[in-house]
Design a protein around this ligand. Structure first.
Ligand code: ATP
Ligand code: MN
Length: 433
């Protein structure tokens, strides 16, 4: 349909062909209005019962809501129309008829539960609010890519079918690969590290990660989008700087380019983080959590932060922040310890007041230490030989991180459930669509 005009571009004086969905029919008696919606907006189509061609008027009055129609007509100024213009039609064609009973109402007048919405995503993303979330998601990914590219990172993609998991464990989905057991990858961690030792040096990847975790929570998916970064000759503090810059770039882009979508979502206090994100050590973090007295039990050194602890600390800090210097024992083997204190790792998390967004750190690039780390974590280094052996051929010091794409969107837009930020979520109950 090359001659098609988007409704938002319909200019008084033009003769246009618009195509889209029947959003609404308003029948006022002698006159009726068909509201046609496309991706750019909505437009009013006027039907004058006694003045216009009878068949044309009838077609317009009979068409079921959400049917796809093509309208040819003249655009006129009309101050009383919702967008100030209307189409006076000379032709109405029903291209694809919709059933009169719909599983959910795209005009949003009748609320639908999340499972119904997810079962009918096509209809759901006709709703302005749902569409706005995915327009913003697209803008965030664009901005993040541009930010990475602006300081010389190369975009890579790494395999999602693997022989061994990144960290082993029970979080892996097994699959059958030509009669052999294989797994869906839980993280591009090992592959991105292999590439900092290549000629690329600084890389990023935006892609799926698969985790067979038991949680069925509002912030976990079994298939999520990971935004990964890794750079040669970076330490953990430099990696944190990039993490902060990328996060801010995502917020800035949305503030700049998604004003309409934010308005649709009713977000009138969207704030781009301006200040440097506070950096607390793990020790300070548990002290602050304990000081609130909100937890039933006091945290001690070596404890992972419970969800409740993340919440009270988030409330206390009130903005994005980092937690640094975690105990080595609760960070993965590939994270480097501090040179002057082996019990302390260079691992960091970046937090939104509501939840963890990022884990990162400087990596262990020394072959002997790396192999030792595998053994300490109960993993067989032989199974990871494809990875470890490259550390014998000149692996530079390096650091990086991963941010959960859906969590970034969820926290940015204040969504209650992470499933709002992914088109077709995979969770304990949901494998289709
Ligand atoms: P959590 O403790 O919150 O479950 P994690 O520490 O297991 O997360 P990491 O392995 O550190 O997760 O992964 C890096 C980032 O990827 C996380 O900070 C989070 O933003 C995102 N992420 C991890 N697992 C999931 C998941 N199941 N669903 C959505 N996002 C996830
Ligand atoms: Mn983590």
């Amino acid at each position: 349909m090359d001659e098609r005009t988007y409704t938002a571009d319909a200019t008084p004086g033009d003769t246009v062909t618009v195509a889209g969905w029947v959003h609404e029919l308003r029948d006022l008696g002698g006159i009726a209005f068909l509201i046609v919606r496309d991706t750019s907006g909505k437009i009013q189509v006027k039907l004058e019962k006694d003045e216009m061609d009878e068949e044309l008027v009838e077609t317009g009055l009979d068409v079921a809501r959400e049917s796809v129609v093509k309208i040819v007509g003249d655009v006129k100024e009309e101050p009383r129309a919702p967008t100030g213009v209307e189409v006076v039609p000379t032709g109405i064609e029903v291209i694809a008829e919709a059933e009169t009973q719909l599983p959910l109402d795209p005009s949003g007048k009748v609320d639908a539960e999340l499972p119904t919405r997810l079962d009918n995503r096509t209809l759901d993303v006709r709703r302005d609010e749902s569409k706005a979330i995915f327009e913003i998601r697209s803008e965030v990914l664009r901005a993040v890519r541009e930010e990475f590219r602006s300081f010389g990172s190369t975009e890579i993609t790494t395999p999602k079918i693997v022989a061994t998991g990144t960290e082993g464990g029970t979080e892996l989905f097994p699959i059958t690969y030509f009669g052999e057991e294989a797994f869906m990858n839980q993280s591009p961690q090992l592959f991105k590290q292999l590439m900092v030792g290549s000629g690329l040096e600084r890389v990023f990847e935006i892609g799926p990660i698969f985790r067979a975790e038991e949680h069925n929570t509002p912030r976990h998916l079994n298939e999520a989008t990971s935004i990964d970064f890794e750079s040669a000759f970076f330490d953990h503090t430099e990696a944190m700087d990039v993490c902060e810059a990328v996060t801010k770039a995502a917020y800035e882009a949305v503030a700049e380019n998604c004003a309409d979508e934010l308005e649709t979502l009713g977000i009138d206090d969207f704030e781009v983080p301006e200040e440097a994100f506070p950096r607390l050590t793990y020790e300070e973090a548990i002290e602050r959590i304990n000081a609130t007295g909100e937890l039933d039990e006091q945290l001690v050194w070596g404890d992972d932060l419970p969800t409740e602890g993340e919440h009270v600390l988030g409330q206390d800090v009130g903005e994005h922040y980092f937690i640094t210097d975690w105990p080595s024992e609760i960070k993965p083997f590939y994270i480097k310890d501090h040179d002057d204190d082996e019990t302390l790792s260079t691992g960091f998390d970046m937090m939104h007041p509501r939840m963890e967004l990022v884990s990162g750190g400087q990596r262990e690039h020394r072959f002997d230490h790396l192999v030792e780390g595998f053994e300490q974590q109960g993993l067989n280094p032989d199974e990871f030989e494809y990875y470890t052996k490259m550390f014998k051929y000149g692996m530079p010091p390096h650091a990086g991180w991963a941010i959960g794409g859906e969590r970034l969107i969820m926290t940015m837009l204040g969504l209650d459930n992470i499933r709002e930020a992914v088109l077709f979520p995979r969770d304990r109950q949901r494998l289709s669509p």
